[in-house]
Design a protein around this ligand. Structure first.
Ligand code: DAR
Length: 338
């Protein structure tokens, strides 16, 4: 291994070496890391994503509209905050952990050109001092209050120790569509987080909105880094495959005992192949109504359509458990999917 690769291997490990609470403890620094360091990363990926034997990531965006409708679970679920996002990294650039300030700014400016041409009305807000679209801390906090903009990355030890947050806030920003249902983070954990947030009850609608945005970006000619086996290349191996996370903000006051027992909801969610997080996403807390961000755990070895199906099926079970917890009892086995 060359000295340069030895340094990159150490950089890949830094997040885990510096944070005892790491789950996988690695962040790739370049797309080629997944091949150069496959002796270490392949077993880790297969273990994390529970992949046995040979598998090749497939993509499928054929997701029905009008089928996964939350009011079928409970008529009160009429207006729910539904989110879907994909992580993407563009060929020809390093991954965020090893970008320097100049590369981060170059990437941001490349994306501004895309926003000016991809035909979806919206506005780019830059955190880069001196950028023509620069926004103040007050304006940035207003976008954070709406749960649009990501937090100050230097407040997350995983991101600072791994280099993901280096040169903050240069090369960071967010593009938001005029109707505020589509947005693109620039320079967070991945170069791009392509996001749709829809207030409603049809999971398929979020996917359509997200896929329209993704297609718009692809039409600009940008090529995303893909691995021949693992699919979409992402900074963290946990996001490999589809890079897709789909979630809703749901209320579970009974299971969480008004937000005092988050672990109960997290454990139940995990048993259903779901992940329960706080309302501000990873490493945040739920509120007194037990509001949590619920998403499927699987990202890799499943298609985009399966991710949505798993969310739907998991939610049916989770809301049934919430109803049982409200009735004071907890049946041993869960509901049958109709
Ligand atoms: N610091 C990583 C995070 C793992 C999953 N979350 C991500 N990628 N945002 C860890 O190993 O804990």
């Amino acid at each position: 291994m060359s000295e340069e690769d030895q340094q990159h291997f150490l950089d890949v490990m830094m997040g885990g070496l510096a944070n005892d609470d790491s789950s996988v403890g690695v962040y790739a620094t370049r797309p080629e890391d997944y091949d150069i360091f496959s002796f270490y990363l392949e077993p880790l990926i297969r273990e994390y994503h529970k992949i046995e034997g040979s598998t090749k990531q497939e993509h499928d965006w054929n997701i029905p509209v009008g089928e996964y409708v939350l009011t079928k679970i409970d008529p009160r679920l009429e207006k729910v905050s539904m989110r879907a996002r994909v992580a993407r990294n563009v060929k020809g650039f390093n991954l965020p952990p090893s970008m320097d300030k100049a590369e981060r700014i170059k990437f941001e400016n490349k994306m501004v050109e895309v926003f000016d041409s991809f035909g979806i009305p919206g506005k780019y807000h830059s955190l880069t001092p001196g950028h023509k679209n620069f926004i103040s801390d007050k304006e940035a906090d207003e976008l954070r209050h709406k749960h649009f903009l990501f937090n100050d990355m230097t407040t997350d030890n995983h991101l600072t120790s791994s280099g993901v947050a280096s040169d903050w806030p240069f090369g960071r920003g967010i593009w938001i569509s005029t109707d505020e249902t589509k947005m693109i983070w620039i320079g967070e954990e991945d170069q791009l987080r392509i996001i749709s947030i829809v207030q409603g009850n049809d999971l398929g609608q979020v996917d359509k909105s997200l896929h329209d945005l993704l297609t718009g970006i692809e039409k600009s000619g940008l090529q995303f880094a893909e691995h021949q086996t693992y699919g979409v290349v992402t900074t963290c191996p946990t996001n490999m495959g589809t890079g897709k996370r789909q979630s809703i903000l749901g209320k579970f006051p009974n299971i969480t005992k008004q937000g005092t027992d988050e672990k109960k909801l997290k454990d139940l969610a995990r048993s259903l192949g779901l992940q329960a997080r706080g309302i501000g996403g990873e490493h945040s807390n739920m509120d007194k109504e037990g509001t949590a961000d619920i998403s499927p755990s699987a990202r890799f070895g499943v298609t985009e359509a399966i991710v949505t199906k798993r969310l739907w099926e998991g939610l049916i079970k989770l809301y049934d458990l919430e109803k049982q917890a409200g009735e004071g009892g907890e049946r041993q086995n869960c509901c049958i999917i109709q």
